[in-house]
Design a protein around this ligand. Structure first.
Ligand code: BLA
Length: 515
């Protein structure tokens, strides 16, 4: 069955969990769990054992192993099945086997009443060394003082364990787009560190899959895939669900994507925090590369431990930030109550105002004067923003990460003020405190070959390729800043109350003096 044309509008509906094919570097059979007979088999396995489909389909697992000359090492079939039913099929992975005398791993899992068995090459003797490396690596990774250090260490350690040409930590932002936030790479390849990519590069259903199946190997983008042959028409009507498979064939659009990037093999490990896909350890190789199940499990373990540490450190860092914002706000108010004056507190220590948020600049507009700190629009532009704010029906605190969506003229200074957090002191008097965040992504580069990206299908329709999705997205993210966090907003709300108190007190004092 040919997949319908996939483009940027329906990317996330491609049924990538049921591709009807596997990658060519391994073999697959699926067994009906109720009677242990073979229901699906990959074409390349038939070729490997030189038998026709009818010789193996509908046969028992035992017959299949015998006829295919597959020998379990150090365990019998009944031991394997007994053990698996007592614990789980995943619990027995990987089982060493030989096919025609050559070393393979049997990797089994259960899904939708099928026992899905995959065979992959087994590298001999790598295990003990690997385990040693992993525990040493983990302590080096977790030694990092900050989250950034931890992630950079992780990229470096994963590279020394599995030797891909490039290992990246790819983090998803709130809007689903991603950024390469750590990287370890060979010297001869260009850096991707700091580059941003649109959410559609890893569509929703792919992310869901990566939450369930934590590693994904693509061993060679040029290797032909192998079809999965079904026992009968009924089975053929329900393509085998490969959600938890290790060999699932790759979406053709993603294959094209990797080719456009010049990448031949990839491997990724999910990073999960608070139940959501936080990011990926994403590895590239410029020549075909397969690492065996044990090596992938080692990387998965690192991913899981990293995930736990992320969860903790992410929370710690956001707490740390909230604390810093609150501290600046308290210091500012202390200064104000010292001499009961809003303006002098600001002019004495302008950095306190920017410190209340992670803004790049801030302005206090008070008693017909404008006081600025950090990177801000000009006085005239600030005056226009205030006019506009006064004309709005907005609440005391207004915030946006894309001002020009509301106020068109802001496009002219989007580089310094795509993000605005405005705190009203007095709407009538035009008194406000404004915080500004600059445009997040000024130049977004895409690593790939732009020339090779427009393909046509059989009927001449243009298939939108990764490069094009990128162009579309870079237009969408233009004039957008980083979002305002809950703690930035709540600190400003509290500050507003405190300043109102100071202004009130001062008015009272003046009144008393005049009485
Ligand atoms: C999968 N896309 C992926 C994966 C990554 C990326 C890491 C996981 C599989 C893998 O490890 O190769 C994206 N890879 C990147 C990015 C970088 C990188 C951003 O190295 C940056 C350095 N992709 C598109 C469009 C579509 C699309 C437009 O660009 C859809 C129309 C689809 N990407 C797509 C699909 C998958 C995918 C379907 C799942 C592949 C699979 O597991 O079968």
């Amino acid at each position: 069955m040919k997949n319908p044309v996939v483009d940027i509008t329906n990317c996330d509906r491609e049924p990538i969990h049921v591709p009807g094919q596997i990658q060519g570097h391994g073999y697959l059979v699926a067994v009906d769990k109720s009677n242990f007979t073979i229901q699906y088999i990959s074409e390349n396995l038939l070729q490997k054992v030189a038998l026709g489909a009818t010789a193996l389909l509908d046969k028992t697992l035992e017959e299949f192993l015998q006829k295919s000359n597959i020998q379990l090492q150090a365990i019998s079939l009944s031991q394997l099945l007994n053990y698996a039913s007592a614990t789980s099929f995943e619990g027995i992975n990987p089982v060493a086997v030989e096919i025609d005398g050559a070393p393979y791993y049997l990797i089994a899992h259960e899904y939708n009443n099928y026992l899905i068995i995959e065979f992959e090459s087994r590298k001999s003797n790598a295990e003990t060394a690997l385990q040693h490396y992993i525990s040493a690596s983990l302590s080096k990774i977790l030694d990092g003082k900050t989250l950034r250090n931890v992630l950079q260490n992780a990229a470096e350690q994963v590279k020394t364990i599995i030797y891909y040409d490039r290992v990246m930590i790819y983090k998803f932002w709130e809007d689903g787009h991603g950024e390469v936030i750590a990287e370890a790479k060979n010297e001869d390849v260009e850096p991707f560190l700091g580059l941003h990519y649109p959410a559609s590069d890893i569509p929703r259903q792919a992310r869901e899959l990566y939450k369930k199946n934590l590693t994904r190997i693509i061993s060679d983008v040029n290797m032909p895939t192998s079809y999965i042959i079904a026992m009968n028409d009924v089975a053929a009507a329900y393509p085998l669900d490969l959600t938890l498979s290790t060999l699932r064939a790759v979406s053709p659009i993603h294959i094209q994507y990797l080719k456009n990037m010049g990448v031949t093999a990839s491997f990724s490990v999910s990073l999960i925090a608070h139940g959501e896909l936080w990011g990926l350890i994403s590895c590239h190789n410029y020549t075909p590369k397969f690492i065996d199940f044990k090596a992938r499990e080692g990387a998965r373990l690192i991913g899981q431990i990293l995930s736990a540490s992320l969860e903790y450190r992410d929370d710690e860092e956001s707490k740390e930030y909230s604390k810093m914002y609150r501290q600046s706000a308290e210091d500012l108010i202390r200064q104000m109550t010292k001499d009961w004056d809003v303006v002098s507190a600001f002019t004495k220590q302008p950095q306190l105002l920017t410190g209340i948020t992670s803004a790049h600049g801030a302005a206090l507009v008070f008693e017909n004067n404008t006081y600025k700190t950090g990177t801000t629009p000009t006085d005239a532009q600030i005056a226009e923003i205030i006019n506009w704010l006064q004309a709005q029906n907005s609440s005391q605190i207004f915030h946006t990460d894309s001002l020009c969506k509301y106020y068109k003229p802001a496009k002219a200074f989007a580089d310094v003020a795509s993000g605005l957090l405005a705190c009203t002191l007095s709407k009538e008097m035009g008194e406000y405190i404004l915080w500004f965040k600059g445009e997040r992504i000024k130049t977004v580069n895409w690593a790939g070959n732009p020339g090779k990206n427009i393909e046509q299908d059989d009927t001449g329709n243009i298939i939108i390729s990764p490069r094009r999705s990128f162009d579309l997205w870079s237009q969408q993210v233009e004039n957008t800043s980083e979002q305002w966090s809950k703690s930035e907003i709540s600190t400003v709300m509290k500050l507003r109350e405190d300043i109102a108190y100071v202004i009130n007190q001062k008015a009272n004092q003046i009144r008393q003096l005049n009485e």
